[in-house]
Design a protein around this ligand. Structure first.
Ligand code: SF4
Ligand code: FES
Length: 354
């Protein structure tokens, strides 16, 4: 039997925990959860090599280790820095971190269009959340924003390059999940962009997972585009016996009434694909794009959504409607002037509010 290495002690925002050696500060903070966990726009625990690109996860190391308790002079990327025994880290308790994160968000939003009202990612966009938490009311950027030639990357995925924050997650999906990567980040600096080689379409069985890992609305589902806002849909967990090798067949269906508007992989509390039997639950394009009928699926029940998410706002589980009082206050008479506009306008007739 291999000898187990002793755990190391790390204190993050005054909470001390023991973690395995080699754990990153970010993953140690995730075991605590809540505000102690730094945001991560490029790190994705199921994608090897991800992280170190966006700097949203910066933290302050107030003491390096028990052996060398000097503070680290600069803020460090928590997704790439491993813990040392006796390390003391500050995230939400550090003014330096808050200030730096505000700056990082300002940089990310420098070129990102503020088109949330028409963006399909609105409601589940990590940059939108960060913008609310750390964004400034105005912009100091006076120059023209980047623009790109529009390119078509295939029948299923819509690329909006102006929204891309160059996190590289989609390239890791292509490298690690598909047999051949046909897209990448071309050019340098301000000109860097996601592109396919000679505008080749991305068409392989697992390409749809790029949509799920994209933290912003740069890669969206063409079959769901402009069809609905996510907070009007009702997410349910479902599965089917999928025969595509590597597909877990476990998904979230986004319903409105009986209609399946979108199929995605199941996400965990960090917005990453959930693991099943120790493996990431990636899904194939057949499950995602070809099975859009509720009868294709065995529905397990409502998806657990954080109550802070805008997606949970429209679903009032266990709601008890107040009793109708109009007749009572009118001494038993039924009003003549009230119209049920829904019977004629069909507004909201499709949505079931639960
Ligand atoms: S398209 Fe999305 S996933 Fe790919 S690099 Fe840009 S932001 Fe990241
Ligand atoms: S999440 Fe650490 S640098 Fe992006």
């Amino acid at each position: 039997m291999s000898e187990q290495k002793p755990l190391v002690k790390v204190t993050i925002d005054n909470i001390t925990i023991d973690v395995a050696p080699g754990t990153t500060i970010l993953n140690a903070a995730r075991t605590i959860g809540g505000d102690v966990t730094p945001p991560a726009m490029c790190y994705y625990s199921k994608l090897e090599g991800s992280g170190g690109k966006c700097r949203t996860c910066l933290v302050e190391v107030a003491a390096g280790s028990t052996a060398d308790p000097r503070p680290m002079p600069k803020l460090v990327a928590s997704c790439r820095t491993t813990v040392m025994d006796g390390m003391v880290v500050k995230n939400c308790t550090s003014e330096r971190v808050k200030d730096a994160r505000n700056g990082v968000v300002e940089f990310l939003l420098m070129n990102h269009p503020l088109d949330c009202p028409i963006c399909d990612q609105a409601g589940e966009c990590h940059l939108q959340d960060l913008g609310y938490q750390h964004g400034k009311e105005g912009t100091r950027f006076e120059f023209a924003r980047r623009t790109f030639e529009k390119i078509d990357i295939g029948p299923y995925i819509q690329l909006h390059m102006t929204r891309c924050i160059l996190c590289y997650r989609c390239t890791y999906v292509a490298d690690q999940l598909t047999p051949k990567r046909v897209h990448g980040i071309l050019q340098r600096g301000d000109h860097a962009e996601i592109s396919t080689y000679i505008a080749r379409a991305i068409d392989n069985d697992f390409s749809g997972n790029m949509i799920d890992v994209c933290p912003v609305g740069a890669l969206t589902d063409k079959t769901f585009r402009f069809k609905n806002r996510v907070w009007f849909t009702k997410p349910v967990d479902a599965h089917r016996d999928c025969t595509t090798p590597g597909c877990c067949g476990k998904t979230t269906l986004w319903l409105r009434g009986e209609e399946v508007y979108r199929v995605t992989s199941r996400k965990d509390e960090w917005g990453e694909v959930q693991s099943f039997d120790g493996k990431p639950g990636w899904i194939c394009n057949s499950c995602r794009f070809d099975h859009k009928k509720a009868t294709d699926w065995v529905i397990e029940g409502p998806t657990v959504i954080s109550r802070h998410s805008v997606i949970s706002q429209g679903h009032y589980v266990g709601m008890v409607k107040p009793a109708e009082t109009i007749e009572k206050v009118m001494d038993g008479r039924t009003p003549k002037l009230l119209m049920d506009i829904h019977s004629v306008s069909e507004v909201n007739t499709k949505q079931e509010v639960k």
